[in-house]
Design a protein around this ligand. Sequence first.
Ligand code: ZN
Length: 297
Amino acid sequence: MVGAVAAVIVVALMPTWTGALSGVAVGAVLTAAIFRGETRIVRRRLAVMAQPFPVAWEAILRARIPYYAALEADERTRFQHLVALFLDEKPIHGVGCAIDDTVRLLVAASAIIPVFAFPGWEYTTLRKVLIRPAAFDAEFRPESAAPGTAAAMALGMVGNSGWFDGVMILSLPDLLAGFAEGAGKHHVGIHEFAHLIDRSDGAIDGLPATLPRACLRPWTTLVHEHLAHRAGADSGLPAYGYTNEAEFFAVASEYFFQSPAELARRDPPLYALLARVFRQDLLARARLMDHGHEPPR
Ligand SMILES: [Zn+2]
């Protein structure tokens, strides 16, 4: 039944596709909606992707996001489609601060980078993103956080109940810092979207749905060894990652995307498992960027 519905929709939309979009890009981002029979969403997504990507946005992506700049030309086109769709479907508002296109693009990039190898990925539990002018104060402090700890001054959060359900909140200066030169291993945007990837199987437990079944035991063994022997760990993982399994995954994800070469050198097993989780070998891109090589346009 689902297959029949999808086939009808695909045939109906064929005239719209031709000449406007690459088959790969279309198929990747529409598959999920097609198989849910959501023709309205499919048509809207096609319309969004058919729009030319703003030149000013492309310049911002290229200047601010090394990951994007290192992509091949066809990958950049797919990245642009995903950015346009994310911004069309996920409202992003400043709360107590004004935000511009750069901020919106950095939020979208934070969402897309960790799932770029999962073409049909949908952040189904995310309703909107709120940007605050500073790290969170007591108003948003987790009850379990001790004063003065990283958790007590959270840089971002994803709500999972009540009004906050599906609401991501990010600190503006910390979002910007994650994309700044010399940002090191920290990236609040990647961190919070890693929590959403973790949550996609129903629970934020440090076991993301993207973890291959064959990696389940190696992953849980590695995480528990890290958490049990924190003092002796030499992986360079920032301390907040040792809070619990969920924070380990989120902080390790930041590390993986921000400093892949260092992670691979200091903790090869963790790098290898994260490369399986995200289906990305960032070392190749890191070398490209390290050598200052301009990727082909
Ligand atoms: Zn966290």
